[in-house]
Design a protein around this ligand. Structure first.
Ligand code: OXD
Ligand code: MN
Length: 591
């Protein structure tokens, strides 16, 4: 039964039904009974397998098709009316042309299948910062993940009421043909059409597609920001919590930082870190003039390999119940899961992510490097009690980071908002060609939004600058961090993980006006003695190592300036003059 009388929703569902021709339509109300029934069907259809219910209650394992294991940037399109609105970093196609192509693919695609209609809300129900979407899909796997990742069902439909302000998401697994796979966004229609994939990032349309690509557009038009940022709160011994939001490109440990456990010395003093979100932040100026943030999601769609008791104990604990694993190792002896980096236990009798017999002796990795877990936020031991607060949390600091072997210091602070936007705009990570099949070098990824900004990046930078003007002296401070500096043998110098708290601590002190800084050509840096290294003796971290981690090599930064000039040139006339002036000023400071 339809969950709403909203004619805008009903007409659209009817239209999509005529196009895709399903045998049956099922509305997802989000009730426990309905989810249990769908889990049962998914087991019968071999879409998910129940794991050991004593060790991992409510947990299931799923395998995607072998050709369908990650986001597909080359098949992701922004279909704005004007090509220039998509900008040079997005694939573009005219809406009419793309709708034509997609309608042919969607025509009758759900014959013999069930069409599920999922009303969902990104953000707390009733919040001014939240937005509603409706996803139509023919995949039970999508339904089972969506109910973890977003507030789905009747409450979302009721929150929408009669409004026409909802995002229309249409998905079909089609035939999983990767040559006919399309992930398309129509920002002028608030619509997303995705076909021929079953992998989370392409099909859980609330996540990257809506909460970043469509929402970044909505934010530009409505005066707020959708960012690829984690949100965390640092509680001091007096119980005061300072919130920061941080952007990192994929594979820089974002989920680990979001769930950080402070070093023992900090814990003893009473410090705690609370996770509000690990991937996406929606930010808006509040009535008090400050910047407030919500996590629009309700779950973690995290990378499993590398997650362990050292890198992220909280994430690991979050996966011990009511979790859907995808593309990890299935251990047959005890019907549990495993992935590279989990532990050193030899695995003897298992299936790899492809479903083939596998042991620790096998040559190939057992889990896909992009194997995932989907867990609800309430599973996470350090989830903030504010994650569901409709007003969000006030942000004191915004942090950018990347993976740089030498150039970026452990931490520096931007001189002001405009300089901070510049710092975000030059973000990048170094890639090794062997590891990910990309050309070695710096992959520029401004604000970690390159694959997720639904409009022209030049306009995006302008929107950031505009936001700073509105926030004025209430604007958060902006920082840049780099956990990945290496020594001459290529070994990471900084211990990272929980010890990153020591760097967050300096930022918090800066926000509160309690810490000094040294001015360098690239920004403000801590005095080495202001980074607390108590307890790091065994990691070889001394004051002089910190000094080294903070050093700024002017020659490398001159190369950075040259690389940035080349990168900025891509954006032509749309590159804001303020940022070009920041680049020139940096060049001058470097001498
Ligand atoms: C993600 C990503 O999947 O950023 O979150 O790639
Ligand atoms: Mn992400």
């Amino acid at each position: 039964m339809a969950l709403t009388n909203n004619q805008n929703v009903l007409n659209w569902v009817e239209e999509m039904k005529s196009l895709t021709k399903p045998d049956n339509v099922v509305w997802i109300d989000g009730s426990e009974g309905q989810i249990a029934e769908l889990q049962k069907q998914a087991i019968d259809l071999d879409i998910i397998k129940p794991l050991n219910q004593e060790k991992l209650p409510g947990c299931y394992i799923h395998r995607t098709a072998l050709n369908d294991v990650a986001r597909v940037e080359h098949r992701t399109f922004i279909c704005s009316k004007k090509e220039e609105d998509a900008g040079p970093t997005n694939n573009w196609c005219a809406p009419d042309e793309m709708y034509g192509k997609l309608k042919a693919l969607f025509d009758g695609v759900m014959k013999g299948r069930v069409m599920y209609v999922i009303p969902f809300c990104m953000g707390p129900i009733g919040s001014k910062l939240s937005k509603v979407g409706v996803e139509i899909t023919d995949s039970i796997y999508v339904v089972l993940n969506m109910v973890i990742m977003a507030r789905c069902g009747q409450a979302a439909a009721d929150f929408l009421g009669d409004s026409n302000d909802f995002v229309r998401g249409l998905h079909s697994t089609g035939q999983l043909d990767d040559e006919k796979r399309y992930i398309c966004h129509f920002p002028e229609d608030n619509a997303i059409w995705s076909i021929n994939s079953g992998y989370g990032g392409n099909v859980l349309l609330g996540k990257k597609c809506f909460a970043l690509r469509i929402a970044s557009n909505q934010g530009k038009n409505e005066g707020w920001m959708a960012e690829h940022m984690l949100i965390l709160g640092i509680e001091d011994p007096k119980g005061e919590v300072t919130y920061i939001a941080a952007a990192f490109p994929s594979a820089c440990g974002k989920t680990n930082l979001a769930m950080l456990i402070p070093p023992e010395g900090y814990q003893k003093k009473g410090y705690k870190v609370w996770c509000v979100g690990d991937d996406i932040a929606w930010l808006r100026q509040g009535d008090d003039g400050r910047l407030w943030a919500i996590n629009p999601e309700t779950g973690f769609f995290g990378v499993a390999p590398g997650t362990n008791m050292k890198s992220n104990p909280n994430a690991l604990k979050a996966t011990q119940k009511n979790t859907i694993f995808a593309n990890v190792v299935h251990k047959l002896n005890d019907n549990t899961v495993w992935w590279e980096g989990l532990d050193k236990e030899p695995v003897t009798n298992a299936l790899n992510w492809k479903g083939e017999p596998w042991t620790s002796e096998s040559k190939e990795p057992g889990a896909h490097p992009n194997g995932r877990f989907t867990s609800h936020v309430s599973n996470c031991p350090c989830i903030s009690k504010e994650y569901d607060n409709p007003t969000g949390v006030p942000i004191s600091a915004l942090v950018f980071g990347g993976r740089r072997a030498k150039t970026a210091p452990l931490v520096y602070q931007a001189f002001n908002w405009e300089h901070g936007v510049f710092v975000g705009s030059i973000m990048g990570s170094e890639t090794t060609s062997a590891a990910i099949g990309l050309a070695a070098g710096v992959r520029r990824d401004p604000m970690a939004m390159l694959p997720f900004c639904g409009y022209h990046m030049g306009d995006y930078f302008a929107h950031w600058l505009e936001t700073g003007k509105k926030l004025g002296d209430k604007a958060p401070k902006i920082f840049n961090v780099n956990w990945f500096r290496t020594d001459d043998n290529g070994k990471f110098i900084w211990p990272g993980y929980g010890d990153n708290m020591r760097v967050l601590d300096w930022m918090v002190q800066r926000c509160k006006g309690n810490a000094d800084a040294v001015e360098t050509p690239i920004g403000y840096e801590p005095k080495p003695e202001d980074i607390n290294i108590e307890g790091l003796e065994n990691d070889g971290i001394t004051a002089s190592v910190v000094e080294n981690l903070l050093s700024v090599d002017k020659d490398l930064w001159k190369e950075e300036v040259a690389g940035t000039k080349e990168f900025y040139a891509k954006f032509g006339d749309k590159m804001p003059a303020e940022l070009k002036a920041q680049l020139a000023a940096l060049e001058e400071r470097l001498g």
